[in-house]
Ligand binder design. Structure first.
Ligand SMILES: [Zn+2]
Length: 121
């Protein structure tokens, strides 16, 4: 499994086999994570407050969504109805909230943490 497919499938960055999350992304408990990888026992929160850094990744996602939706809304609705313009601009951030949350942590684990892939696990 490649690093990108492991990230997309939310697998452990060390073994790329164990799941990071306990439930589906569409579950009400979408945020519940395994404390350790069920396959290789890698601890995900490698230090206290490690996942606070995922807020920066989430912030980048949110800004990108706002800019894309804002430009799309501006060219479709225009300035005639500002409430509709704001609603269209903000709605992707609300609709993609679970995806932002989970993938910001997944990207943090895969690309911004010292956990390295170990092929022979
Ligand atoms: Zn693992």
């Amino acid at each position: 499994m490649t690093k990108i497919s492991a990230g997309i499938n939310e697998k452990c960055p060390r073994c790329r086999k164990g799941d990071i999350y306990k439930n589906s992304i569409f579950s009400w408990k979408y945020a519940a994570m395994h404390e350790r990888c069920p396959y290789c026992n890698q601890k995900y929160e490698i230090e206290p407050g490690f996942f606070y850094a995922a807020m920066y990744v989430s912030y980048a996602f949110t800004v990108a969504e706002l800019v894309i939706a804002g430009i799309a809304a501006f060219y479709t609705v225009g300035e005639s109805n500002l409430w509709l313009l704001m609603a269209i601009t903000i709605s992707p951030v609300i609709l993609l909230m679970t995806i932002n949350f989970r993938y910001s942590r997944t990207i943090l684990l895969h690309y911004l943490s010292p956990i390295k892939y170990q092929k022979d696990l």
